[in-house]
Design a protein around this ligand. Sequence first.
Ligand code: PRX
Length: 630
Amino acid sequence: MTGDKLTGEVFYTSEETRNKAHIKDRAVLDLKAKKDYKKFWADIAGDLHWFKKWDEILDDSKKPFYKWFTGGETNISYNCLDRHLNTFRRNKLALIWEGEPGDVRTMSYFRLHQETCRFANVLKSMGVNKGDRVTIYMGRIPEIITAMLACARIGAVHSVVYGGFSVESLTERIEDSRSRVLIVADGSYQRGKVVPLKDIADEALQRAGTVEHVVVVKRTGQPVLMEPGRDMWYHELVSLPIASHNCQLEVMSAEDPLFILYTSGTTGKPKAILHTHGGYMVGTYATTRYYLDLQEEDRFWCSADPGWITGHSYIVYGPLLNGGTTFMYEGAPYHPYPNRWWQMIEKYGINIFYTAPTAIRGFMRFGDAWARRHNLTSLRILGSVGEPINPEAWKWYYNVIGNGKCPVIDTWWQTETGMHMIAPFPTDPLKPGSGGLPFPGIEMDVLDESGKPAGRNTEGYLVIKTPWPSMVRTLFNDPEKFRQQYWERFPGYYFTGDSARIDDDGYIWVIGRVDDVIKVSGYRLGSADIESALVSHPAVAEAAAIGVPHDIKGNVIHAFVILRDGQQGSESLTGELVKHIGHEVGPIAKPEKIEFVDKLPKTRSGKIMRRVLKAQAMGEDPGNISTIED
Ligand code: PRX
């Protein structure tokens, strides 16, 4: 690909960064992958440790239930930790962590391995076996990482619930996963306040009945209720003689489940995306190394939360599989001032920084000076994830944070894909607003309504045509829904739920969701999450929620509510409903606006036409409304 032939605005990475990059020319990888994409992935898998090599790279005999590296035996936790212990990485920092109040903790690979083993032994002593689900509900503290790695070590399936979710979100995730063990923190610091995680968990445990043991990490020290026989302190447990530094690991088949992660889909309650030890390991290892260009001496900061897929793949697994140093920060970006992040990039000498467009747009509004007062020259690579990045934000990030020398790696992917699917390599020509081309070995296309390729520069449905190692294997508890949701709309292809167009250079421009998923500040919510919280309020008879574009957050939520007989819409009821949603789902789901209405537009079969509500909210023509009931 020669740069001068590309259409539109194009940027190039500095020579220094190009020279250092793992991948000097993507064409080499593309060629290799084109020749034999299975072998291409197998070669990458060969960098990692397998107790037994696979018999078959890809088993596609039961589509869409693909299997990778079948017959292979490994353990992702072993590859993240033990594998490094006989090398110089034994003493290398695996984790640097800063709390919101400014406290700092670091852990070498040696230490992180020990901590993981100690806690894994605790879990074993509670009777946690291979395949059992364990729910983890914490803020961004080191124990969330050790808890995940400890589960993986003994073959338990972790289900991390984002610490910003609240009572009902936690309840339904505990219940659906049938977790017997919950690992929670007493609280977490956010913007100088304490989020009472244990109190929220106590309320959830009154609704969900499966949990027998609760392990509580002391983070903030505020008083919490400890139910005798059920609740135990983490620090006390890991000091017991059973919590030795050695813990026999479970040898896992490549296809054994590693984790489930609940995410909002098209309809109904959030569904659990299931990922496995082998394929997920290969995908996150490869993309951290080749797209985000993690190198031995780097300090790597992904600002996401481990409660979302970005944190799973690029705070925890990807960096540790590469033997990298991962940095995690507990608090909010602008606290106490809008230079907090830039201060830490300078203080820790961060080389790779990976965040969301919402955060970038949020910083832009405070002006350049907050960033300019810090020395950010350690940065080499910048990353973006979670939603489309508008060219203005891209250029600000590139110029003000990256000082015009760091490529912006705009990564498109999903909870379901496990790893980055579309992104530029650091050496690719960059177009602000487009992630560029898919990872080698992955074919994607944009289709029209009838399933034919939409052709260049035409908006359509984004699909993935080739299987990839870290693909979602199924929906836990609901394989039929898995088939329907992802594989039925365009038979043979994985349907992403996104719309996109492909330009003359093959660059993919993702536009946004075409279903009822709403991305608010990069967080994935579903219309149904907000609607079911609203109708659980005694004043509400029916509700509809939509996403409406917003300059900083990408989208905000507008809700339409039909009240029960005898109820009156008022400002105080609006406040009460917003609070109710915050309490049930979490603060991120709070609508910006609630409108009281007498009717909702519905199809004759009774489905709410959110498209019509959205057009109305945006002052646009609702288009074809011939199917509307009234
Ligand atoms: O709409 C796309 C958007 O986020 C969705 C996936 O959300 P989630 O499963 O929460 O994963 C987010 C982190 C990977 C996608 O269907 N999305 C994600 N990254 C991008 C994006 N949209 C445009 N550009 C991106 N780089």
